[in-house]
Design a protein around this ligand. Structure first.
Ligand code: FAD
Length: 403
């Protein structure tokens, strides 16, 4: 029996972190069929985390981000169609149509389309000095405007907003962060961790406004500042919208695949349509470990879910139910998060926040479900092991919303 897709090849839509890992793992598993990655961006597959960190601050060349050099793809017989988007999928005839009208067939199709910035429905969001940050092209657009900017307003006190704030303070620019919630990083961390990052940023001179609602981006074609819902006006030479991301699942929806802010997949990365899989940020995956479906936006998930998909395509299915993990770098502080803290019943702080080395341990009914480690890589690694043991899925763990 031939391996999945061996005869007609595997086509991957998206050429980012997950797509690259899938192709690499397929070749490592000695998959001999054709592999084609279709990428809307004109770059070789690259990693995004440095976009809000070193790549932004050091103004590096794009090849520093590439996951593999050009030769790698050629030498491993992995075809890349870059700078062109896939516009349509026909699951019945097993074809993909490119935006330029070309059509190709597939044996197996993998969707790895990632996410895009969710933009605020405000006039001014498309002004020439208002940006979001997802791709190399965004940094290339943003950087020259930034170089001439003295005052920057960042909308959103999540990871990307805070990482960029740290870079910009390093450059001496005046930075205001607007956060609608009553603390930064509220969606992902405990109050003690939010407090730590709040103090860290204020200590570096960032003006953090909590409970701040953006009412308008002012200006005509360029922004001159923002207005808050309480009437205050903050002048700005550049506004960065760092208000989260949404899954690129429109192609899948149009092809009739089940989606719910993300392409629904099972633990074997299979979508609701035959011969179509999905991996990475664009998926909503089942976690028996956490008893619900998750949409994860992390390198860990892109890489590990891609490896799981490759294993399935190579004929050795292994259920994917990870302990998610993530990191964020701000100034000289490394935050490493293991597990998911949502639904915790207790949170203990271990170590000393004042010494910038501590952990927040989250438990649900006594079981360790997540740990945020600050400047403590060992605690993070141990946490990943412990959480895996303590959240080991059993048949008794129901999966909310499972079909
Ligand atoms: P992506 O890497 O986003 O790749 C998807 C690709 O698909 C894109 O190139 C897109 O253009 C392409 N595409 C979409 N639709 C089509 C189409 N129709 N046709 C062709 N191509 C298409 N994670 C961490 O764990 N730690 C971090 O510190 C961290 N920092 C980050 C900082 C920034 C600024 C950003 C943006 C992300 C960060 N992440 C971080 C998240 C991490 O980069 C993502 O989780 C990861 O890139 C997801 O991989 P992916 O392959 O699913 O999607």
């Amino acid at each position: 029996m031939s391996r999945a897709g061996e005869k007609e090849g595997i086509v991957v839509i998206g050429a980012g972190q997950a797509a690259a890992q899938l192709a690499i793992s397929l070749r490592q598993g000695e998959f001999g069929g054709e592999i084609l990655l279709i990428g809307a961006e004109p770059y070789l597959p690259y990693q995004r985390p440095p976009l809000s960190k070193k790549f932004l601050s050091e103004q590096q060349s794009p090849d520093k981000l590439f996951l593999r050099p050009k030769n790698y793809w050629r030498d491993h017989g992995i075809d890349l169609a870059l700078g062109v988007a896939a516009a349509h999928i026909d699951p019945r005839n097993k074809t993909v149509t490119f935006a330029d009208g070309r059509e190709i067939g597939y044996g197996e199709l993998v969707l790895a389309t990632g996410t895009r910035a969710s933009l605020l429905p405000l006039p001014g969001a498309t002004f020439e000095n208002v940006f979001s940050l997802r791709a190399i092209v965004d940094v290339h657009g943003l950087r020259p405007v930034l170089d001439a900017a003295e005052r920057v307003v960042i909308v959103g006190g999540g990871y990307i907003g805070l990482e960029v704030a740290a870079v910009l303070r390093g450059e001496g620019r005046a930075v205001t962060v607007l956060e609608a919630e009553d603390r930064v990083l509220k969606r992902v961390t405990a109050p003690a961790v939010s407090d730590f990052f709040d103090t860290l940023h204020r200590g570096h001179g960032v003006d953090i406004r909590l409970g701040a609602r953006l009412a308008a981006i002012l200006g005509e074609t360029r922004t001159t500042g923002v207005a808050l819902s309480d009437g205050e006006v903050l002048p700005a030479d550049l506004v960065l919208l760092a208000t989260g991301a949404r899954a690129n699942d429109e192609l899948a929806q149009a092809a009739g695949l089940a989606c719910q802010d993300g392409i629904l997949v099972d633990e074997f990365t299979r979508s609701s349509a035959p011969n179509i899989y999905a991996i990475g940020d664009c998926t909503r995956l089942p976690s028996r470990r956490y008893g619900r479906r998750l949409r994860l936006e992390s390198v860990q998930n892109a890489v590990d879910q891609a490896k799981a998909a490759a294993a399935v395509l190579l004929g050795g299915p292994a259920a994917y139910d990870p302990v998610p993990w993530f990191w964020s770098d701000q100034y000289d502080v490394k935050l490493q998060i293991a597990g998911l803290s949502t639904g915790h019943t207790d949170c203990d702080i271990v170590g000393e926040p004042a010494a910038a080395r501590f952990s927040a341990e989250y438990r649900c009914d006594g079981r360790l479900i997540a740990v945020d480690a600050i400047n403590d890589a060992r605690a993070h690694m141990l946490a990943r092991r412990h959480i895996a043991q303590e959240t080991e899925p059993t048949d008794a763990v129901a999966l909310e919303g499972a079909a």
